[in-house]
Design a protein. Structure first.
Length: 364
């Protein structure tokens, strides 16, 4: 089996199935926020209950797929690396360069929409304090108990914790044992951490440790990493990947925790795609790959666009089904359009800058 990332419509070095899952997860979150409040209440009433529940009501669970995919990709990108001190620092810096400028732009967009709501629509808005803005700048708003400027930003605070902890774990594991067993040691440590973290969806543990902690979600990220290394290294690592999927599936079944259900399903789908040669072929449709490409930008700004669109539509059209349909169609078009523009002019350059920060093997 070819273990190298394969060419997709997004270009060489991409994994078609992973990109498609990421794009669909982003779309799922968008549909959740589209249905929030009363934006499309009458329209939703025309849909079968099951369809409405799965497609719209549960869309927030797309975040679980994001977390699994994040672990999968981070493990893939570091699989052959020697986790020296310099590598560990560069890894974290590289991720922050990739993540932060689009995030800052999304903060600016959110503030602009707050201003528009207050000035043009006479809405009462809660302005963030300077301390709250500073906390946002360092992904600390949840830890320091400041309100989110945009409700989707909480996941970025968790992601940054994932990256830091993951990099530190790689650095620690590197220092114990020999290089021959390094890949297996890494997989074992992430497997243990992921399985232990299933205590949160099972209800064995309820205290997250601190506000905004990554710990209740660690099983998602760690599970993605274990699946990735199982695919790459085979043998005992692959066995660990399968046992993680079984453990996560059992935890989801016993607890009924919906986040755990999506985590287990995403990890299993990735593992099946990897083992059946589907990682580079499954769902390699142009539209799915495009959604995967713009998924981060789409996730960051869709909430503001949907809210702004419906405020404008509410001024132009009488309330009712027609206004809801127009608002929904217009919201989706604008979300895709502005996400593509944001990807093209902000996110894509950041990807290029991050790749210039070397993480070559063996540097110290």
């Amino acid at each position: 089996m070819n273990l190298k990332p394969q060419a997709t419509s997004n270009g060489p070095g991409r994994l078609a199935f992973a990109d498609a899952v990421r794009g669909l997860a982003a779309l799922w979150v968008v549909l959740f926020h589209l249905a929030a409040g009363s934006h499309i209440a009458d329209l939703l009433g025309l849909l079968p209950d099951t369809l409405r529940f799965v497609v719209f009501d549960q869309g927030h669970l797309g975040v679980a797929a994001f977390f699994v995919l994040s672990g999968f990709v981070m493990a893939l990108n570091t699989a052959r690396a020697s986790a020296t001190s310099a590598f560990t620092l560069r890894f974290v810096v590289r991720r922050l360069v990739r993540l932060t400028p689009p995030y800052y732009f999304a903060i600016a967009v959110s503030l602009a929409f707050l201003l528009i709501k207050a000035q043009w629509f006479g809405a009462v808005v809660e302005w963030p304090s300077w301390q709250g803005l500073a906390a946002h700048a360092f992904y600390l708003q949840d830890m320091l108990l400041y309100p989110q400027i945009n409700g989707v930003f909480w996941t970025l605070c968790v992601e940054v914790q994932f990256y830091i902890v993951f990099a530190i774990l790689l650095w620690i594991i590197q220092r114990f044992g020999n290089d021959a067993s390094l890949n297996l040691r890494r997989t074992i440590v992430l497997w243990i951490g992921g399985v232990l973290a299933l205590a949160w969806p099972l209800g064995v543990l309820q205290d997250p440790g601190w506000a905004g902690s990554f710990l209740p979600y660690w099983y998602s990220f760690a599970g993605g990493a274990v699946v990735s290394w199982g695919w790459l290294h085979k043998g005992k690592a692959m066995l660990l990947a399968w046992t993680y999927c079984v453990a996560a599936g059992l935890a989801a079944y016993i607890s009924g925790d919906e986040f755990a259900v999506v985590t287990a399903a995403t990890a299993l789908m990735l593992l099946l795609a990897a083992n059946l040669g589907g990682m580079g072929r499954w769902m390699n449709f142009r539209w799915a790959q495009f959604l995967g490409l713009i998924s981060y930008s789409l996730y960051l700004i869709h909430n503001n666009i949907i809210g702004g669109t419906y405020r404008v539509v509410g001024k132009l059209l009488p309330a009712g089904l027609e206004a809801q349909i127009v608002g929904a169609v217009l919201s989706m078009i604008l979300c895709i359009l502005f996400s593509w523009m944001m990807f093209r002019w902000i996110e894509k350059p950041c990807i290029g800058w991050s790749r210039k920060i070397s993480v070559r093997k063996g540097q110290s």
